[in-house]
Write a protein that binds this ligand. Structure first.
Ligand SMILES: NC(=O)c1ccc[n+]([C@@H]2O[C@H](COP(=O)([O-])OP(=O)(O)OC[C@H]3O[C@@H](n4cnc5c(N)ncnc54)[C@H](OP(=O)(O)O)[C@@H]3O)[C@@H](O)[C@H]2O)c1
Length: 253
């Protein structure tokens, strides 16, 4: 797969220390050399241990909420390690389910920073010729069906994912034909992000009932990302790929 990525280039995966990002890293470690991002060095080390040939991969521990220094920090990391990045998967995200009256502006800004501005800054660095030598070929943003639908307590998260998809479409046009840019929009998948929701039997029953194909797994999302990064998707850009077991098509839910 991913013949479109240059053989010597790395794939940068944010959110690689948990859930969908970890599953993706383990899966793609067979075909790619990876740079794994998360905040927690120990959790990143756990992901690395699960990867194929751990010594081939690198970890870049960084808090993506610090968007002001992100571009320079990543540039320094790439130059220091003498590596270039051919693919970016932005999977990290912050979700706190809170009614609007309880959200502070600074919390909303952190959500926007991690979920959207970090994607913009990472892309910006990977386009710098002296740093990444035109190696970038494909970008996948992990969005959510929450970019298209609402839910109580999801205002900051929905806004951030809608912004991420807007960024995706604009970049798909701006960066063509050299770089393809797409989003994957998962429905409910059981991960540490959603464990608390699924722990409530009433919520878990409802979620299971509303999904025609049942509840999704991190591997279902990894399948979609793997496809979008691959040569089989060479003519696909600017696309929102919904992977939700039919949830968003289900008007009886
Ligand atoms: N699970 C679902 O049902 C679902 C549905 C729709 C969309 N999604 C999307 O799928 C993606 C993965 O979600 P998940 O369910 O796998 O969540 P998860 O298990 O909670 O993982 C979230 C990841 O984001 C990283 N992260 C959070 N804040 C960060 C920060 N400030 N700086 C750097 N990394 C940060 C975490 O790293 P550390 O905490 O280790 O730093 C962790 O690796 C997200 O974009 C989410 O919005 C998930």
């Amino acid at each position: 797969m991913s013949e479109l990525l240059l053989p010597a280039s790395y794939l940068l995966i944010t959110g690689a220390s948990s859930g969908i990002g970890r599953k993706l890293a383990v899966r793609l470690s067979q075909q790619h050399r990876l740079i794994l991002n998360g905040r927690d060095q120990d959790r990143l080390a756990e992901t690395l241990k699960l990867c194929y040939q751990p010594e081939r991969h690198l970890s870049f521990a960084y808090d993506l909420a610090d968007v002001d220094t992100l571009a320079d920090s990543l540039a320094t990391f790439l130059v220091k390690n003498g590596v270039v990045v051919g693919g970016l998967v932005h999977c990290a995200a912050l979700l706190n389910v809170l009614p609007l009256r309880s959200i502070t502006l600074s919390h909303a800004q952190s959500v926007m920073n991690v979920n959207m501005f970090a994607a913009m800054e990472l892309t910006r660095v990977l386009l710098r010729k002296p740093v990444n030598h035109r190696a970038l070929r494909a970008i996948v943003f992990i969005s959510s069906i929450a970019s298209q639908f609402g839910a109580k307590g999801f205002s900051a998260y929905c806004a951030s994912k809608a912004a991420l998809d807007g960024l995706m479409r604009a970049l798909a046009i701006e960066l063509a034909p050299h770089v393809r840019v797409n989003s994957v929009l998962p429905g409910g998948v059981r991960t540490p992000m959603t464990d608390a929701m699924y722990a409530d039997p009433a919520v878990s029953d409802r979620l299971t009932r509303d999904y025609p194909l049942g509840v999704g797994l991190p591997s279902d999302i990894a399948d979609a990302v793997q496809f979008l990064l691959s040569d089989q998707a060479r003519w696909i850009t600017g696309h929102q790929l919904v992977v939700d077991g039919g949830r968003s098509a289900n008007i009886s839910a």
